[in-house]
Write a protein that binds this ligand. Structure first.
Ligand code: S3P
Length: 452
């Protein structure tokens, strides 16, 4: 769904509510949900998925896979059932695929289409239409696919774009020039219907949900880790997929907002159930602990082949730190809310190596700089990060009357600044809550429920 129409904007002031206490459960992981639908749609037979995130981004993926031939239904009990077309069996979509706000849907599906004898057009909202697609067009072109993209403001290649897939596509060996799980996954998904071995070399590890799930569905995939940590991922194409039963663990990127909220709001004592703790995703919790945050893992277990625990979080005095840039890929989506934690910490937090944040749903460095400053935080922007001098636990002033945080169609900016509002004097007014539904439709309900 597009939230580009300014006449429908839903502004809201997030004001202090008192301590956050009790237990909540976060919705399914967005990355794993996308991949469950895509891979289920390539298996012959019925894949069953529980705990799927029913956010707009994932629904965009489901609509696209239906448009290319898969049968995908939600049962009344919340289970999703997918009847796939088989690897290589995607059908020509009859209309443009509307990707809404979702970069993951777009880039992964560009990969899938690239090795099928079909042509597909991709369109998206204003935010997605600004994001760079050259990073996937380049390797997928080497595999034989043909692209016509729109020119972006800075010479980049953007949506709307059209992909003509190659059949057969050519297997490649590709070294990732940016640390991006989306680029890695696009190439691997293209490799599924490509004869021979497709190889991705990943100098900096990124989330590995694609590798885990491709193996689960029966693909021949191996990962070699070199002495310096470089990962070499080899996938044999023309795989036959067996349908799976998948339980999607809770999304650590959604849990992040409540973890930080409980840390910065005095008196809080909160348990967040069912949080995925895949090591390629969980660095935020380690960084917050390094800052002095009390975050305990209860009942560590496995859900859907991923480590999961309930997180017990209590209000903590935080101290600023220099965040090691090596952890950036394992918390790439969590910086907006980490910046909020830093704004409440004692002393200075320095972040660097965050260039990729400038090409997310918004330029998250610039947008969080402006947003936090409006709420009264002391923030300096560098080319690749923010430097934040925290209040030492005192609430932020909040946004002045008549001033509104511009969230730029970015769900994570909206949720991060909602959390900032909880630890402010006057509250934080944001311009539009609608984009929150792309990844976390229940966010406001959960927050309001804790307040009540
Ligand atoms: C994702 C990868 C990351 C992340 C995004 C989801 C994925 O993007 O920011 O929210 O599911 O593969 P990049 O690959 O651009 O870093």
């Amino acid at each position: 769904m597009s939230h580009s129409d300014p006449s429908g904007m839903q502004p809201r002031r997030f004001a202090p509510t008192g301590p956050l206490k009790g237990r909540i459960r976060v919705p399914g992981d967005k990355s794993i949900s996308h991949r469950s639908i895509m891979l289920g749609a390539l298996a012959v037979g019925e894949t069953r998925v529980t705990g799927l995130l029913e956010g707009e981004d994932v629904l965009s993926t489901a609509a696209a896979m239906r448009a290319m031939g898969a049968q995908i239904e939600r049962r009344d009990d919340g289970e999703w059932r997918i009847h796939g077309v088989g690897v290589g069996g995607l059908l020509q979509p009859q209309a443009a695929l509307d990707m809404g706000n979702s970069g993951t849907s777009t880039r992964l599906l560009m990969g899938l289409v690239s090795s099928h004898a079909i042509t597909a057009s991709f369109v998206g909202d204003a935010s997605l239409s600004r994001r760079p697609m050259g990073r996937v067009i380049e390797p997928l072109s080497q595999m034989g696919a043909d692209f016509t993209a729109s020119p972006g403001a800075d010479g980049s290649q953007t949506l709307p774009l059209m992909v003509r897939g190659a059949a057969p596509a050519v297997p490649i060996t590709y070294r990732l020039p940016v640390a991006s799980a989306q680029v890695k996954s696009a190439i691997l998904l293209a490799g599924l219907n490509t004869p021979g071995i497709t190889t991705v070399i990943e100098p900096v590890p990124t989330r590995d949900h694609s590798e885990r799930m491709l193996k689960g569905f029966g693909a021949e995939l191996e990962v070699e880790v070199e002495a310096d940590g470089t990962r070499i991922i080899r996938l044999r194409g023309e795989a036959e997929f067996r349908p799976q039963r998948i339980a999607v663990p809770g999304d650590p990127s959604s849990a992040a907002f409540f973890v930080v909220a409980a840390l910065i709001v005095p008196g809080s004592d909160l348990v967040i159930e069912n949080v995925g703790l895949n090591p390629t995703r969980a660095a935020l919790f380690a960084v917050l602990r390094q800052m002095g945050g009390s975050i305990a893992e209860l009942d560590r277990r496995e859900v859907g082949g991923e480590p999961v625990a309930d997180l017990h979080v209590t209000h903590s005095a935080l101290t600023g730190i220099a965040v090691d840039p090596a952890v950036v890929p394992s918390m790439v989506d969590e910086f907006p809310v980490l910046f909020v934690a830093a704004a409440l910490a004692q002393g200075r937090t320095v972040t660097s190596g965050l260039e990729e944040l400038r090409v997310k749903e918004s330029d998250r460095i610039a947008v969080m700089h402006a947003a936090l400053e409006l709420a009264g935080a002391a923030v300096t922007e560098t080319t690749d990060g923010l430097i934040i001098d925290g209040t030492g636990g005192e609430p932020l002033p909040g946004t002045p009357a008549g001033a509104v945080v511009a969230t730029q169609l970015d769900h994570r900016i909206a949720m991060a600044m909602a959390v900032a509002g909880l630890a402010s004097c006057a509250g934080v007014e944001i311009d539009d809550t609608r984009p929150i539904a792309t990844s976390f439709p229940a966010f406001e309900r959960l927050l309001d429920g804790l307040a009540a």
